[in-house]
Design a protein around this ligand. Structure first.
Ligand code: IMP
Length: 226
């Protein structure tokens, strides 16, 4: 588990599994930008479902973190949409229930992928001084966890600044072989090991402007290969 919990006790929340056999929804059932026609195989998570699940994750986070104030650390670029929507839902709950979480939001940018392959070379781009995290409750918000190597490296980096607690929210977790034993504390969807794009997840910077989470097609990979 990613938690480095000292003062809070953790709750266990159910996962939303998408099976390997699930063929996805036909693209013809939804609207998507015409410039991506032919570049996608199927819709694996429609935008509306992402939003509904995010609402529930916000509730889980509130239940788990109680009234502790948190620093949300948004992992760019792939995590920006999920982070924005998650923070939004937490704000709504803070207004409409007797529980409230004071939040600060901070951004960190990572880069480790070229085409659809993870590289050993993880860059923390423009990592500024995170010493303000000392003694704070940190919620890292990431779009997708594959092998888990990126998250492990990021956790080591953040831990060095001695926060009180670190929790991780990942919208997607892939079922990959040899995944590091780490699983985010809050998981949106557990998905098959296929390369997915949309909802801010990219393939060489393309597809961030797509609302649904989709599986990229082989011709899409060729078209945008570097
Ligand atoms: P990991 O180190 O293998 O866990 O990879 C994590 C990072 O790779 C994420 O932060 C994403 O940026 C990227 N990534 C992994 N799988 C995908 C995918 O299917 N689509 C888009 N980006 C991905």
């Amino acid at each position: 588990c990613f938690s480095h919990e000292i003062h809070l006790c953790s709750l266990i929340f159910p996962h939303f599994h998408i099976n390997d056999e699930w063929p996805g929804y036909s693209l013809d059932l939804f609207s998507y930008p015409a410039h991506y026609s032919g570049d996608l195989d199927c819709v694996i998570v429609p935008h509306g479902v992402i939003m509904d699940r995010t609402e529930r994750l916000a509730r889980n986070i509130m239940d788990d973190l109680g009234d502790h104030d948190i620093v949300v650390l948004c992992v760019l670029k792939g995590g920006y949409q999920f982070c924005a929507d998650l923070v939004d839902r937490i704000k709504v709950l803070s207004c409409n229930s007797n529980q409230t979480i004071p939040m600060r939001v901070h951004f960190i940018r990572l880069k480790s992928y070229l085409n659809d392959q993870s590289t050993e070379d993880l860059h923390i781009v423009g990592a500024d001084d995170l010493s303000f995290l000392a003694g704070k409750n940190v919620l890292i918000v990431e779009g997708i966890v594959g092998t888990g190597k990126t998250m492990e490296t990021l956790l080591k980096h953040v831990e060095a600044f001695r926060p009180k607690m670190i929790k991780v929210a990942g919208l997607l977790v892939k079922r990959v072989q040899n995944r590091s034993t780490c699983v985010p504390d809050f998981v949106g969807f557990e998905i098959p090991n296929r390369f997915v794009v949309g909802y801010a997840l990219d393939y060489n910077e393309y597809f961030r402007d797509l609302n649904h989470i989709c599986v990229i097609s082989e011709s899409g990979k060729k078209k945008y290969k570097i």
